[in-house]
Design a binder for this molecule. Structure first.
Ligand code: HMG
Ligand code: MG
Length: 317
């Protein structure tokens, strides 16, 4: 039985842009968030508070967060790998304009299901990462923030290769033990296929309720929609997606972006599943950001819908 409603967490401004080689001005990142919320997205991952030496593209995190004008009902999240990141995310910028996001509603800690990727991405073992996250969770809760935990490489690792459901469950259990509120099963390199996605999801669901589990599928091998469908069959109803299919992880070479928000919307709306997001406005946003970055639109549905509009304009002319 498929869910009747799905929540999309738009990760384009963070996961989408973190890997971008060319500098993207903060003003464009802020405008991207504004366009996404105008299209109806209610959960937006805005930026990350990580080391600027590791991920230079996110160095403008404070400026971007402070520049976002809060829209009613929208929740803003940021990545915080350690206390330093959380403290920076919570530092209230007195110069931020009234009504700006300023502080996030939610933070994300990110662990890996494989030791190799944990070292490559956050420079420590899985156990050390969870030790580092524990005070982040405590401090975030004390500040009234929800904490999501991402389990990277849940369906495959660029260092180790295959990853087992046992390895996924091990990390899920650790995240649960330190009080993480929500867990995301993340296919960082996009090698997962539907049965593997279901097996990993099943392990997450042993420790978290449906409402606190999500899927995060990079589309490197074109499997993301199939994996989402497999998770929908299990009742999972929260997925991370990235406008225009932007992105990739700097520490997973060759990994492309998350599944495009437009492609997921087209599938869900076609299945009669509500999202609250306006597909046409989202396609406008996808075309706009692709133009800003100087590249073709990365989503199949986005390209098809743009082509259809072009055809309609020709007929009208
Ligand atoms: P480290 O070098 O082990 O940390 O990095 P350290 O504590 O030894 O500090 C080294 C330097 O970094 C120091 O500065 C710290 O102050 C600074 P220095 O004294 O050399 O000038 N530092 C920081 N600066 C700003 N903000 C911070 C911070 N922490 C330390 N929060 C660290 C450890 C985790 C910081 C580093 O490895 C890092 O930033 N990694 C980046 C990881 C990242 O952003 N990866 C991409 C996002 S995750 C992802 O995309 C996966 C996901 O989408 C799900 C999926 O697809 O799988 C979520
Ligand atoms: Mg990712």
């Amino acid at each position: 039985m498929f869910p009747t409603q799905v929540t999309l967490v738009e990760v384009g401004p963070r996961d989408g842009l973190q890997n971008e080689a060319q500098p993207v001005p903060a003003a464009h990142k802020i405008e991207l968030v504004h366009r996404l919320q105008a299209a109806g997205l209610k959960e937006i991952e805005v930026t990350s508070f990580v080391s600027p030496k590791w991920v230079p593209q996110m160095a403008d995190n404070t400026e971007v967060l402070a520049g976002v004008k809060r829209a009613p009902g929208v929740r803003y999240s940021v990545l915080t790998p350690n206390l330093k990141g959380l403290e920076a995310a919570l530092a209230d910028d007195p110069t931020a304009p009234a009504g700006s996001a300023r502080r996030p509603d939610e933070v994300v800690v990110f662990a890996a299901a494989s030791e190799g990727f944990s070292r490559r991405n956050i420079n420590c073992s899985i156990a050390e990462s969870v030790e580092r996250f524990a005070p982040v969770v405590t401090a975030a809760h004390a500040a009234g923030l929800k904490v999501r935990g991402a389990v990277s490489c849940a369906l495959g690792c660029p260092v180790q290769g295959p990853v087992s459901a046992d390895e996924v469950e091990h990390v899920v259990r650790l995240l649960k033990s330190i009080g993480v509120d929500h867990v995301g099963v993340c296919d960082t390199i996009g090698t997962g296929t539907p049965r593997a996605a279901q097996a990993a999801m099943e392990r997450a669901l042993k420790h978290y309720p449906l409402v606190e589990v999500s899927g995060h599928f990079h589309d490197t091998y074109g499997q993301a929609l199939a994996n989402i469908l497999a998770c929908l069959e299990m009742g999972v109803h929260t997925f991370d997606t990235s406008v225009a299919g932007l992105g990739g992880c700097p520490y997973a070479k060759g990994a492309t972006g998350n599944v495009a928000t437009e492609d997921v919307l087209f599938m869900l709306h076609g299945m009669g599943i509500a999202t609250g997001v306006d597909l046409d406005r989202l396609v406008d946003t996808a075309a706009w950001i692709a133009g800003v970055l100087g590249r073709p639109l990365g989503s199949r549905a986005g390209r098809a819908l743009m082509a259809r509009r072009g055809a309609a304009v020709e007929v009208a002319a």
